[in-house]
Ligand binder design. Sequence first.
Ligand SMILES: [Ca+2]
Length: 347
Amino acid sequence: MRWVSVKAASLLCAAVVALGRFEPTAGTTAAVATAAAASGAQPPMGQPVVGLPVIIDTDIGDDIDDAFALTIALLDPRLDVIGITTAWGDTRTRTLLVRRLLATLGRQNVVVAQGPATPNKTLFTQKKWAMGAANTAPAPDAIDFIRDQTRKRPGEITLIALAPLTNIEALQRRDPDAVHKLKQVVLMGGSIYAGYNLGGAIPVAQPSAEYNVVSAPQGLRILLEFRIPVKMFPLDSTQIKFDEVRRDRLFAYGSPASDALTLLYHQWRLYNGWSITPTLFDAVPVISLLQPSSCPVTPMRITVDEHGYTRPVTGEPNVAVCLANDENVTQHLIMDTLAPEPRGFPQ
Ligand SMILES: [Ca+2]
């Protein structure tokens, strides 16, 4: 029942982080969190358990990778998820989906804020599960939430952007200073040298117009123009397959988190026309925050062209890009977070 321990450690983190900000390191934080969770005790005086404060901007509900990314982030105490903002398409239903996921994980303390709805031609595959959310009250506004949080904690908050960057565009329109108050933006998006794999499996050596960037190219242009620190995880490093062996282990695991992902997977599998094997694009930037060696970054200068391609150009670097993923490390961390121990056969 390790997921209970992880959740307890996470809640402990949230309580301690409210007392003040400390710069965590992954190793020390994990060690303290593990020890605290195992003993059920408060951390010793002067030895805070903290997580990196993050807001996750998500288009959860269409493809399945956002659900995996959010669940990993919420289960790992090294991240302090202070809010989740919904973006792109039917943001109301995305908000309900996030609320049901948070309730399942016992994390209703996390704010869910709703971004502006936009046109969206991609199918909302997990709508039925979203409609089962118990809390259907109106949600706070995502743009106000990001603005207010960055005002309270300038230079501290990492935005994990897993959706088309329509909320960045809206934030820049509402309060141009707010974007500058972010510590960094860690985003899944773009395509530098490699495009979408053919049939989901055969690597392509030609870049693609990647979905998040081509859907809202101005959002990335704003970040680059304003010189916001950006870590970018493009198609080159994010096409991580969640294969049948891993699915079987996760779906048989029996925790609230794995049960939720199982149900979401089956809705996605029934309604999507892409594949039965998830590609966990959005999990990669989250895993990279937990273990940077999983996806090392290279300084580059890129530009977003008129067709939504992210083109490398010469000149001063304006983004740090992960071009190659250590898939073994990434896959281990995904499984160790979502289904952390082999359970064997039931007694
Ligand atoms: Ca996404």
